[in-house]
Design a binder for this molecule. Structure first.
Ligand code: T3D
Length: 261
């Protein structure tokens, strides 16, 4: 039997999805993207899940579209179909998941692999990893949300420059530019990811999910719209059990124990 293209691991409230085609630097086929989408749907429906870690097997995080995947890259029609039916749903699922998503970028993140990392809420990379806007080298444009994310994070001048030139950014440079949360020495990478995941798994999950909503909307709202949304989402946060626990813990001068409810 062939090995699963997505490895799924559960550890308490932590879910880990590992892209598993290491011999191809975890390049994305339609079948892998389908499996990823199914796994994300399962996690969205999993009441015990409170944080997701997305990472890659072997020396790469993800080399983007598998350029040898028959049926996915032949012509404009095939590519449009791949983008609409396979990439876009996965990006929407990651963005709308009601829990924080960590991209643990263990190695090269190229093309749509870089876009996937940027779709996550927190991207942490090992220092030897790199972010490679490979699209221009093969005559495509950034997709999987790349054009959306890059200009919001880096500003239009840098985002377009990097895309036009198809340049690679080292993990440290990506962190310095604010593209990712943090770059850490390779020897500390695994521990850093585990610590982050454990911290987020013990956090008030519903408030974190509402934060995601607020920040995503903030990118295109007016101040008035955002103030109204904050009031609405804050009232939802204040109705959670975790908020009551946070209050009680503060007043009782003890550490809170959040249950994600
Ligand atoms: O449907 C659609 O197409 C729409 C979606 C498009 C979105 C996209 O993501 S377009 C961008 C696609 N990705 C790329 O163009 C990146 C291609 N890869 C590279 O440029 C390089 O592999 C890297 C810079 C990422 C890493 O270089 P390096 O030297 O560390 O590794 P390598 O030797 O090139 O790769 C290792 C193996 O993985 C190699 O196979 P081999 O020779 O050992 O049998 C290589 O061919 C394979 N590989 C790497 N990337 C891909 C790939 N195979 C298929 N597709 C890939 N994207």
């Amino acid at each position: 039997m062939s090995e699963a293209e997505i490895l799924i691991a559960k550890d308490g409230a932590i879910r880990r999805l590992t892209l598993n085609r290491p011999q191809r630097l975890n390049a994305l086929t339609r079948s892998l993207l389908g499996a990823l989408s199914d796994a994300l749907a399962d996690i969205a429906a999993d009441d015990e899940a409170r944080v997701l870690v997305l990472t890659g097997a072997g020396r790469g995080f993800c080399a983007g579209q598998d350029l040898a995947d028959k049926g996915a890259v032949e012509d404009g029609r095939a590519v449009r179909d791949t983008v609409e039916r396979y990439y876009n749903p996965v990006v929407r699922q990651i963005r709308s998941l009601d829990m924080p998503v960590i991209a643990a970028v263990n190695g090269i993140a190229a093309g749509a692999g870089m876009s996937l990392a940027l779709a996550a809420d927190i991207a942490v990379a090992s220092e030897s990893a790199a972010f490679d806007l490979a699209f221009a080298r093969i005559g495509l444009i950034p997709d999987a949300g790349g054009t959306y994310q890059l200009q919001r994070i880096l500003g239009p001048a840098r985002a377009l420059g990097l895309s036009l030139l198809g340049e690679k950014l080292g993990a440290r440079e990506a962190a310095d530019l604010g593209l990712i949360w943090r770059a850490v020495p390779d020897v500390e990478f695994g521990k850093t990811v585990d610590t982050l995941a454990a911290k987020l798994a013990a956090a008030p999950t519903k408030a974190l999910a509402l934060m995601k909503k607020a920040f995503h909307a903030g990118g295109h709202h007016s101040l008035e719209q955002q103030l109204a949304l904050e009031a609405e989402l804050q009232s939802l946060a204040a109705d959670t059990e975790d908020f009551q626990e946070g209050l009680a813990a503060f007043l009782g001068k003890r550490a809170p124990v959040f249950k994600g409810m």
